[in-house]
Every structure is written in C-alpha cells, then in structure tokens.
Design a binder for this molecule. Structure first.
Ligand SMILES: [Zn+2]
Length: 420
C-alpha cells in the first residue's frame, strides 16, 4: 500500500521521504541508493544502505517516529472529529496519569489532562494544563460553550463533576467556569460515587470486615431500584423453572439467582431524595459507630467517632447536589435482550463520571511510551508547532475513541431497527 499525499508540498515531501527511506530496506535490496534528504533521514538512509547486506527491521522507535509524522497530517481531521461531538449529559474529570506518558519538549510543561465527556462516553473536549485551577481551565470551558452556541446545540441538561460543586456562599468554581450554561439551565451535580468514596477518609482501613457493609448501606441510602424493572427481571429468572421457583420468595430470587451485573444492566435506579438519604445514612453511621461496627478483634470500622461525625457533617452539604434532576431520564435503552425467553431491556446509565474515568484509565495505554521529541527539528514541517506535537498523542487517541464509539452506536441503531 502506498503513502497518502496531501496538497501541501512540504508535507508531501516529508511523507515521500519516509516512504522512499523505507523502500530499499524493506522491498528492493538491489536498488541504487536514493538521494539523501537533510537532517534525521540522512542518518537513517546511511543505515538503510547498510541494512541491504544485513536484513533487519527498523527499530520500534524509528517506526513510531515515522508513524507520528504521518499522523501529523491527520491532525486537522482528528481535531474536527472532536469539535463536532456534542452532548446533553456532560461529565468533567482530570487525571495526571496521561501526562506522565508524554516526554520530549512538552515534558514537565503539563501536569493534568482535563476532559469533558458526553452521555455516549465520547470526548467533547480536553486540555493539558500545568495545574487544575479555574484560571487554567477557563479557556477550555469558554471554548466549548462557544462551540455549542455556534453549532446551535442546546445547552447541556447536566454537568457531573467530582469537585467544585457546592460552596457556602457565592458562585462555585464550576458555576464560574460554566456561567453561560448555568444561566441557561444547566445543573451541576456531584458524582455519587465520589461522594460515597469521600467517607473513606474517616474509615480505619478498607480491609476491615465491616467496610463492604458500610459502602453498601451508603449506596442503598442514595439509590433505590425501580420496582417495575426489578419485577420484570424476577419474572424472567423465574421463567427458567416456574414450578421449582414458585415457592421461593422474591427476596430470595434476588439474593440467590440474580447477579449484581444483571441488576446493573436490567434495573434502573433512582435517587431517593435528600431527606430519605439523610435518614438512612445517619442510621447506618450511628449503627456502625457501636458494636455493629467492630470486627472479630474488636477494632472499630471508623478511625474515631469524631472523625466520622466530622466527615458526615461536611458531606451533608452535597445531599441536594447528588439528586437526579426531575424530568430527566437517567437511562437509555441500549438494546433488548432475552432471559429465559422473556424480553428485558438492557439499560445504559447516563449518570456520573464513571465512563470518563474509564477512558482516563485506558488512555495511557493508547499513548506510545516516548513522544517524538525529535519532531522538533526543522526538517519535519508536517509535525507542526510544539504545542501541536504535545497534543498529538491524546488528540489521536480521543478521536479514535470517539470514532469507535460512534460505530458502536450505529451498529446498535441498525440492530434496533432490524428488530422492530
Ligand atoms: Zn455539591
């Protein structure tokens, strides 16, 4: 397969150089040496001549450089792919793990990658910054709001964050960053599992035997299962052997025959309201502060009663901002499946930052170990400016991720159409 060419003469020249340099080594060992271009590829061509006698593949580093030079030509397309991605339930999250993979000129010039995802787990925008501050994030937030406006997209209904949601007085950090959307009706919500995770600071250790009970009680205080969905799932499970399961209670069917994964996929959950949540959380904490919170050695789950009381008092501020907004469906039906010949919806939850955090975990694996610091030489015009080179790896990864997810959505849509 030959190289692709752009209309830009400098880029064509660079790509031809890569192609021609590779050609004698990989294909035509008897060919006359090609004219040597300047810089990096001059050295490479000398090596290529030598390789004709000793057949060897180029190093992984050289192949990576050639690949990234070729990809530099696709930056505009990758950027356009991300800039044409919108959404109604957005999530914002930051990570340090991605930037640790970057080296070359950009090394140590950025600490954080902050991105905004949508309800389909696609990336709407991202930015590399040296700190996770309002000042540094403001240009990205201003840009994405302007993009939605220019594209005549409705303002998002919800924005999930893991910090900066509530403040005793005045506008919060997130409200300041997204003031235009908040003014137009976007509600800011704290990710529920971040709220639950914060209680860990008052827990002695996660390996305590009562830790799982406490976490389960907190999750149960915040979210309740949809009764109609649960009854349908119980009916589907009973259909496997109606006679034998007739004597089993619904509670035991759930406990013995339904997995956590089935509950997650086929039963929607709703937030219970601030008052119910307060009562159930308070009850669980008071119970576990006593003998119920001791392990077999008599060690308490909580560091001290004062520590959990202090944490609970701080967490009460967020009771309202972890509630689902009214009139917004927090689930979509991804597909319909059958369990024992009973049709059951397969739900995809739109709530929270989970999908974006999953992307942040996967992203470091998509970035090569070493970024192309040699692309800074003057002989590689296709590589662009320093900031473009630093952004290239995450840009390629985000664009590829979005394209993949778009194909999944198309396949699901065609599957649903076929089943109608
Ligand atoms: Zn809050």
């Amino acid at each position: 397969m030959g190289p692709s060419f752009s209309t830009d003469s400098s880029q064509v020249s660079t790509k031809l150089t890569i192609w021609e340099s590779s050609l004698p080594m990989l294909v035509n060992h008897s060919a006359e040496p090609l004219p040597s271009p300047d810089g990096f590829f001059t050295t490479y061509n000398k090596e290529a001549t030598h390789f004709r006698l000793h057949l060897q593949l180029p190093s992984a580093r050289l192949l990576r450089h050639a690949f990234l030079l070729a990809e530099a030509n696709n930056v505009r397309d990758n950027r356009g792919q991300i800039l044409s991605t919108f959404g109604t339930v957005l999530k914002m999250d930051s990570t340090k793990k991605v930037v640790k993979k970057l080296s070359g000129e950009g090394h140590c010039s950025a600490e954080w990658l902050t991105s905004i995802g949508n309800e389909y787990s696609q990336i709407v925008t991202f930015v590399l910054t040296c700190e996770e501050s309002t000042e540094k994030l403001e240009p990205m937030c201003r840009g994405v709001m302007e993009r939605f406006r220019l594209a005549n997209q409705p303002v998002p209904s919800i924005l999930y964050v893991d910090r900066g949601c509530c403040r005793a007085q005045g506008p919060t950090a997130v409200e300041t960053l997204f003031w235009s959307w908040v003014d137009s009706g976007t509600v800011v919500r704290l990710d529920i599992f971040h709220w639950i995770h914060r209680f860990d600071a008052a827990v002695r250790t996660e390996s305590h035997s009562k830790y799982a009970v406490f976490k389960s009680a907190l999750a149960g205080a915040v979210l309740a299962y949809n009764r109609a969905d649960l009854e349908l799932l119980i009916k589907a499970v009973r259909a496997k052997d109606p006679t034998a399961l007739n004597a089993v209670t619904d509670e035991d069917v759930v406990r013995l025959f339904i997995s956590r994964e089935q509950l997650k996929r086929h039963v929607r959950r709703v937030t219970q309201g601030a008052q119910v949540m307060f009562r159930l959380t308070d009850l669980a904490i008071e119970e576990l502060k006593g003998p119920a919170g001791l392990d077999k050695s008599g060690v308490s789950l909580f560091k001290t009663p004062a520590a959990i009381d202090e944490m609970w008092a701080a967490q009460q501020r967020h009771l309202e901002c972890i509630q689902d907004p009214p009139d917004i469906n927090m689930y979509r039906v991804a597909r319909t499946t059958t369990i024992n010949k009973v049709h059951v919806p397969y739900y995809k939850c739109l709530r929270g930052n989970n999908s974006l955090e999953g992307f942040h975990k996967a992203l470091p694996n998509m970035i090569p170990e070493s970024t192309p610091h040699r692309l800074s030489t003057a002989s590689t015009p296709a590589a662009g400016s320093c900031s473009e080179r630093l952004l290239m790896s995450p840009l390629m990864s985000c664009s590829g991720w979005n394209t993949c997810l778009a194909r999944v959505q198309e396949n699901r849509a065609s599957f649903l159409l076929r089943t109608l």
